[in-house]
Structure formats: structure tokens, C-alpha cells
Design a protein around this ligand. Structure first.
Ligand code: F0G
Length: 464
């Protein structure tokens, strides 16, 4: 970290908008716990390198009054009220007059998915579709907060490493704020739809010869430069925005807590954020228990699942182990092709606190689950479908009961990766270059017919 950053770091605690409310960035390392002001640009602790988290002490917080205020704002016309993130602004670390950068993110649908439920052998299953955000992924709920903080700090260049969605989101929010955005992408490993978004939103795109983990390492080095503001989920303000999805979800569930909430795992910011959101609702007395938070990883990119398996066999209370990075992560779900996730400590804490699980699913399971979600009329990208594949496994192993109330979080839209979808249905999708294609159970191939009414009716008859 720069000298400038260090002096800001020791400047002390920051006061949030109202009297008596103390909000700081705090090192999560139990042996350290150092606090930093909100205006400090430390993404990790300068003392011990531990992850930072935003912590608020608000002795006067009244859960019931907050719930009422949030519900009243739903349907409001003000930009702050129309955003599914800023609607919950009492829980965000910003002054009341902060210059918010919003694209009316959040307020995403929670769908019943009966076919996917039957596929998982569940009585019911609901899908929270974060792909319905402005840039087509859940990243927008965090990016509105991170880019707002960049404006508060008067940053000029916002940067991120990305498997595609963070980049598209940052590029869009930076464009709204009139900031320069620079994104590092692993060359040749991003879907063309995601790359196209970043190009269109005017980002400086830099394609790196390496994988996502190499890009992330470079971002952490660049973060030392005072001209740069890092918008990856290592930035605790990103997590603050993303945690509001937990509030929105519980509100949509009529303030009843689902038994299980299941998310995909990549860099592990999303699971960390949801865990924080549920935990805050619980502390406010707005929910009486935590939903079990489970994280699903692709088999070839599953460092947290490996760690979880080691901890589970040693006894869950013995969680002192470190993650072992996967050096050459592999999965067709490119969004989560990550071997060294930065937020693993926070994610693991959220899973353990809520008695959830971390498991892996195969490429074929992801592909079939994605097509099954499609049969419910809901389109998501491959990484999102790990959830339904994982739920199916958790039901089969008895960790989830058929009668349990289960919500899967779909993180990205189907149109983020149409090439994958097309290859699956045409039977040409293979996990390894030149390898055997995945034998999709739910393939749906277009049929070519003559330009005659009878030919069309005849072919439809045959398809019944
Ligand atoms: N699903 C999608 C569609 C994603 O884009 C990502 C992450 C994840 C799941 C995993 O979420 O990292 O919070 O555990 N995408 C990042 C990116 C890494 O750069 O777009 P996570």
C-alpha cells in the first residue's frame, strides 16, 4: 500500500450520517481486528493482509421501523427508492447526500420453478433471478455501491479483474459516473457477449496472457497506485451493495426464512455478501434464524469445496485450515473458472455459521441443470445452473429434504453465453478441446423444414 494510503488508514474511525452510528472498515482476522476509516482505500488490512469488512454499530437501529421504511419505498419514483439496493440505504455505509451512481439495479424476480423442483426431487423450488439486473448479472448490486464510493473518494480510474460480468458491470457504472474504467480479462476465456458489453460501455479493455487468478494478482498490485480504485469484491463496498439481495429476498419471501439458499461459488464475494446480509437481518431481529447457505462449485475449479471437505472430515469446529489454490482451474462455466478466490474466508464463515455446505458438480450436471431451468421458461448462464445441479445432489445425499423451502440464486442471464447453449442443444459441447461432447439429457435441436404449411404441421405432429 502507498504511504498516502497508510496515513489515511490511521486517520481513525469515520462517522456515518446520524449521531451515534459508528461505521468502520475492520480487519476480519481474529488476532488483528484493526479498524480503518471509510474514506481509506485499503482493500486488505495493512497490518496483517487480512480481509476487510464494513462494520456498523448502531445502538438505535430498530428492525421493525426499518422494515416499514423499506416497504414504503417500494414503487417510489425517486432514483434512490427505485433502486433495489439504495432502498435499503440505512444499512449502507454512505452519507445521506452521497452522489449515488445507479441504473435502477436490484428488485429482481423470485420465480417458482416447478420443473426444476421435480428434477431435484423437491416439492417446490424458487429461483431468484439476478440475471435480470441492468447489465445481466448480480454484479450490478455491488457495483452501484463501489462506483459511488469511487465518486466519493474522487477516484479517476476504476479497475477490476474479471471473468466477464464484473467487467461489464463496472464498465457500465463507470460510464454513468463519467469515470475511466480499466478491466483486465484473461485472453480468450471470456464469452463474446460479456466482452462486447465492456467494449460498448467504453471501458479500457486489457486482455492478459494468463487466467483470472493472474489478472486478480495484477489488480492487487495496481491497487497500490493512488490513481487506481479497485472494484473487485475484495473491495468491501461491493459486498455492502450485494448484501441487499439478502434483504430483498427475505422481503419477497414475506419475511419467512427459506430453509436453504444456494449460490454458485467463484471468487466467493456473492456468498460472503449474502451471508452478511442474512446475519444483519438476524441481528436486527427481522428474521429468527439464518437460512442454510450452500455454495456450489464446478468440479474443475473448486478450492473452497476441497477445503470444506477437509474441514468436514476434521470436525467443523476445527476450521483453521487455509485454502489451497487450484493452479489450472477448468470449467465451461467461464464465470466461475477461478482457482484462487479472494473472499474465501468470508464465504466459509457464512457457510459454517449457517450450517450450509460446499459441494462440487460436474460439467454434464451443470449443462443439464441449465437446460432444465430453461424448461421453466427461465434463462440463466452456465455458472448459475451449478445451483440447481447442486441442489439435486444435496437432496440425493439427504442434506436437503424434499419438503424443505429452497431458493437458488441465478447469477447471470442466458444471453451472457449463447454459444454454450447452442452447442449443448446441438450436441457439440465438450468439456475438453477435442474431447467427447456432453450427452445432454434435454437437447432441443432446431428442425429444418420445407416452406409449406403441411410440412410444418407434419413435423409438429411428429414431435408430440
Ligand atoms: N455467477 C456468475 C454469472 C458470475 O459472473 C460469477 C463471478 C459467479 C457466479 C461467482 O460469484 O465470484 O461472487 O463467487 N464472476 C466474477 C466476474 C468473478 O469477474 O464476473 P462470486
Amino acid at each position: 500500500m502507498s504511504e498516502q494510503g497508510k496515513s489515511a488508514a490511521v486517520a481513525g474511525k469515520a462517522e456515518a450520517g446520524s449521531a451515534g452510528i459508528q461505521t468502520v472498515q475492520k480487519c476480519l482476522d481474529a488476532g488483528c481486528g484493526r479498524e480503518f476509516a471509510l474514506h481509506d482505500r485499503a482493500y486488505t488490512c495493512i497490518e496483517c493482509g487480512g480481509p476487510l469488512e464494513i462494520v456498523t454499530q448502531n445502538p438505535a437501529a430498530n428492525g421493525a421501523a426499518l422494515r416499514k421504511a423499506w416497504e414504503t419505498r417500494r414503487g417510489g419514483l425517486e432514483p434512490r427508492d427505485r433502486s433495489g439496493v439504495w432502498r435499503f440505504r440505512e444499512m449502507l455505509p454512505f452519507e445521506a447526500d452521497a452522489p449515488i451512481v445507479t441504473l435502477a439495479e436490484g428488485n429482481t424476480p423470485l420465480y417458482e420453478a416447478p420443473r426444476s423442483a421435480a428434477y431435484c426431487k423437491l416439492d417446490g423450488l424458487r429461483l431468484k433471478h439476478q440475471g435480470c439486473n441492468p447489465t445481466g448479472s448480480f454484479k450490478d448490486t455491488g457495483m452501484t455501491a463501489a462506483v459511488t464510493q469511487a465518486v466519493v473518494l474522487k477516484a479517476q480510474t476504476v479497475v477490476c479483474a474479471s471473468t466477464g460480468n464484473t467487467a461489464a458491470s463496472l464498465a457500465a457504472y463507470a460510464a454513468r459516473a463519467g469515470l475511466q474504467s480499466a478491466i483486465l480479462l484473461p485472453h480468450g476465456q471470456i464469452t463474446s457477449s460479456k466482452l462486447a458489453q465492456s467494449m460498448d460501455y467504453g471501458a479500457e479493455v486489457r486482455e492478459i496472457d494468463g487466467n483470472f487468478d493472474d489478472c486478480m494478482r495484477l489488480i492487487q498490485e495496481l491497487g497500490d497506485d493512488p490513481s487506481i480504485y479497485v472494484a473487485n469484491s475484495i473491495n468491501p463496498f461491493r459486498i455492502e451493495g450485494q448484501k441487499t439481495v439478502a434483504y430483498e429476498l427475505i422481503e419477497q419471501c414475506g419475511w419467512n426464512v427459506p430453509d436453504h439458499v444456494v449460490v454458485p461459488g467463484g471468487n466467493l464475494g456473492n456468498s460472503s455478501a449474502l451471508g452478511k446480509g442474512f446475519s444483519e437481518l438476524w441481528k436486527l431481529g427481522l428474521i429468527s434464524r439464518l437460512p442454510k447457505l450452500s455454495v456450489i462449485q464446478a468440479e474443475g475449479a473448486a478450492p473452497l469445496a476441497h477445503l470444506f471437505a477437509r474441514i468436514a472430515s476434521a470436525g467443523l469446529e476445527n476450521a483453521a485450515e487455509e485454502i489451497e489454490p487450484v493452479t489450472n482451474p477448468k470449467t465451461l462455466a467461464t464465470a466461475i473458472k477461478i482457482g484462487s478466490p479472494v473472499s474465501w474466508r468470508k464465504a466459509l464463515r457464512a457457510v459454517l455459521e449457517s450450517a450450509g455446505s460446499v459441494i462440487t458438480v460436474s460439467e454434464a450436471e451443470i449443462a443439464d441443470a441449465k437446460a432444465m431451468i430453461g424448461r421453466d421458461g427461465i434463462g440463466c448462464e452456465p455458472a448459475s445452473a451449478t445451483t440447481v445441479a447442486g441442489i439435486r445432489r444435496l437432496v440425493a445425499s439427504g442434506k436437503i429434504k424434499s419438503s424443505d423451502d429452497v431458493v437458488a440464486v441465478l447469477t447471470g442471464h442466458l444471453l451472457k453465453d449463447p454459444e454454450y447453449v447452442s452447442q449443448y442443444h446441438r450436441g457439440t459441447l465438450s468439456a475438453e478441446a477435442g474431447g467427447a461432447p456432453i450427452e445432454g439429457a434435454f437437447r432441443n435441436v432446431p428442425v429444418r423444414v420445407a416452406a409449406r404449411k403441411e410440412a410444418i404441421l407434419g413435423s409438429l405432429q411428429g414431435a408430440k
